[in-house]
Write a protein that binds this ligand. Structure first.
Ligand SMILES: Cc1cc2nc3c(=O)[nH]c(=O)nc-3n(C[C@H](O)[C@H](O)[C@H](O)COP(=O)(O)O)c2cc1C
Length: 207
């Protein structure tokens, strides 16, 4: 795939088929993505890849926390909620587009909660990649480098007919990864990427 075509084609995919993603493919994508530039060549990225039964357990634990109203304790404030101006408007437009595509009326609290939960479920993707970094590097320092590797993952995935959704929702309960995947407290979870083969019929994938 042509590079410019890939950049233009990448979009967030929010539903996937059940087809598992081969481990070798994920490894190849990550190896390619690690060609990203980094300040002083520090290469501050680390990846936690979860699939299969482990992903099911992590998904269940996150949803349990969400449903119980457990407060989110992210390692890093990924998204600053826009309260004004063009940023707020873009956020509203996105929500309107998604809810229209999914036929979720504004007043339908149940369906809205279902939609919210899908994000925390990694959109039921067969694989989730968590990008992490070591706390020794401080909070802001590695972020540009991690952003570069994040975009590389999303672009490289296209070459394998895979879709991605970058999502902070996946790392809002980092303690679940510590408990279920043995991630040490010295690591800061920055962002999640849901990864899988796109469901071509899912309305939100068509916007
Ligand atoms: C840092 C970051 C966090 C994001 N978090 C979420 C998320 O939690 N849930 C979600 O559905 N999409 C999330 N997105 C996807 C954005 O909504 C999406 O990239 C944006 O609307 C542009 O659409 P596109 O990716 O289809 O081009 C995130 C994207 C970024 C870069």
């Amino acid at each position: 795939m042509d590079l410019i075509e890939a950049i233009q084609q990448r979009k967030s995919i929010r539903a996937f088929t059940d087809k598992p993603v081969p481990k070798e493919t994920i490894m190849e994508i990550l190896n390619i993505a690690c060609r990203a530039p980094s300040a002083m060549n520090t290469q501050p990225w680390e990846f936690i890849v979860v699939t299969g039964e482990k992903l099911k357990r992590i998904r269940a634990a996150i949803v349990e926390k969400l449903k119980s109203g457990a407060p989110i304790v992210p390692d890093h404030l990924v998204v600053s909620w826009p309260n004004e101006g063009v940023y707020k408007q873009r956020q509203i437009n996105l929500a309107k587009q998604l809810f229209k595509a999914m036929d979720i009326p504004r007043e339908d609290k149940e369906k809205r909660a279902w939609w919210l939960e899908r994000g925390f479920r990694f959109f039921d993707a067969p694989a989730a990649i968590i990008i992490a970094t070591d706390k020794v590097l401080g909070e802001a320092g590695p972020l540009l480098d991690l952003g570069a590797v994040m975009q590389n993952i999303c672009l490289a995935a296209l070459q394998f007919d895979l879709g991605t959704c970058i999502e902070d929702q996946g790392v809002l309960y980092p303690e679940v990864f510590r408990e279920q995947a043995g991630v040490p407290p010295t690591k800061r979870l920055i962002i999640a990427i849901a990864l899988g083969y796109p469901d071509p019929d899912f309305p939100a994938n068509l916007i």
